[in-house]
Design a protein around this ligand. Structure first.
Ligand SMILES: Nc1ncnc2c1ncn2[C@@H]1O[C@H](COP(=O)(O)OP(=O)(O)OP(=O)(O)O)[C@@H](O)[C@H]1O
Ligand SMILES: [Mg+2]
Length: 368
């Protein structure tokens, strides 16, 4: 049985806001699951319901094999780390770490052992005498995590714990959280609106939109096989390019017709796409699946398109090209080169038709 299991969980706030709708998820023991989605999609509400800080409107939550709907937060054997750390300002780090254990009646010796161990794991032993105001953001964050670790909970819940840190610190703490998870081997559920954080931390990712789960999967599945346009556009940087157009048939073959360009669809996709003949669909292609024609051996008139270069962004090892077909904009991520294309130049680029996605225009669901 899953360590944490949510079954048809729905949360409606007074006033009628449906924050979470029919949420089903089983988190396995020792798993690191990340819930990701835009602001307001119901991530914190989901986490707070698992923690018991928010009642469910309907559905069931199990921790271990126990139904916890009516179990108060302190008896759920979980520890939560919040975005704002919520440290006690008048206590030093040692006291902050010890406080929860003291409330639970642990002996002094046990408390001392647990606090010292957590401090060692997190590399904050030298900070134990300091007060929160004498700590950097990253150090405060470690203390907040330490307060969860000393409890030795069955499940850790993290609500955007890194969002108050600067970009460099976030990357560092991300690595540390990964290591921590490997070391503690405890179930973790982590909430963020940052898809990069989700991709790098989660063994499984839950993508939410407007209170509803869109897709659950490992990072590469979400990246390579998004079930709908929302997931396709949310996961990945730069976001996937979307181009509206029509499926047409020419000489027994199917093409995607954007208006300014036509590309031939893979024969293996014919069967699923034939019912869209004459209809509008959305083609999705990631920036790295568009090549400068000079750097690929896979070009043919049926996958090559003529575009205008609007912006060139050198990123070092690669270059982002902002292109215009005359109707739609595309971003291509191409290898760094000595003489990159220039703004206002017309170039030919190749779409890797093995990598394109098609979405239904009305439902936005992936067609193939
Ligand atoms: N106590 C509350 N009363 C009424 N509505 C609420 C309450 N708390 C949250 N909501 C609403 O529920 C929805 C989900 O909120 P939630 O805090 O779970 O979003 P979130 O995904 O964590 O967003 P963020 O990334 O901004 O933290 C939002 O529309 C929010 O306005
Ligand atoms: Mg939130």
């Amino acid at each position: 049985m899953a360590q944490v299991s949510l079954r048809q969980v729905t949360k409606v706030f007074p006033g009628g806001v449906v924050a979470v709708k029919d949420f089903n998820l089983g988190v396995e023991s020792k798993e690191f699951v990340v819930i990701v989605g835009p602001s307001g999609c119901g991530k914190s509400t989901t986490l707070r319901m698992i923690a018991g800080l928010e009642e469910v409107t309907s559905g069931e939550i199990y921790i271990g094999d126990k139904l916890v709907n009516d179990v108060p937060p302190k008896d759920r054997n979980i520890a939560m780390v919040f975005q704002n750390y919520a440290l006690y300002p008048h206590m030093n780090v040692y006291e902050n770490l010890a406080f929860g254990l003291r409330l639970r009646g642990y002996t002094k010796a046990e408390i001392n052992e647990r606090v010292k161990e957590a401090a060692r794991i997190l590399g904050i032993t030298h900070l134990l005498e300091r007060r929160p105001k004498e700590l950097s953001g990253g150090e405060k964050q470690r203390v907040a995590v330490g307060r969860a670790i000393v409890r030795k909970p069955l499940v850790f819940l993290f609500d955007e714990p890194l969002s108050n840190l600067d970009a460099k610190m976030r990357v560092q703490m991300r690595t540390e959280l990964n290591k921590l998870h490997n070391r503690l081997q405890t179930t973790m559920i982590y909430v963020t609106h940052d898809q990069v954080e989700a991709m790098t931390l989660g063994s499984r990712i839950v993508v939410m939109k407007e209170g509803v789960i869109q897709q659950v999967g490992d990072p590469l599945t979400l990246y390579n096989r998004p079930v709908n346009k929302f997931v396709a556009g949310f996961i990945g940087t730069p976001p996937m390019n979307f181009v509206p157009g029509r499926i047409i048939k020419l000489n027994g073959k199917y093409f995607f017709d954007e208006g300014k360009f036509k590309v031939k669809i893979l024969e293996s996709m014919f069967e699923v796409l034939e019912k869209y003949e004459g209809k509008e669909v959305i083609l999705g292609i990631r920036a790295e699946d568009i090549y400068d024609k000079f750097f690929t051996t896979h070009s043919s008139p049926e996958n090559t398109i003529d575009v205008l270069v609007e912006i060139v962004e050198p990123m070092g090892s690669e270059i982002y090209l902002y292109l215009n077909t005359g109707k739609n904009s595309l971003i291509a991520r191409v290898r760094g080169m000595v003489r990159p294309p220039q703004v206002s130049q017309r170039i030919e680029v190749v779409l890797d038709m093995n990598k394109v996605h098609f979405f239904d225009k009305d439902t936005e669901k992936a067609i193939v």
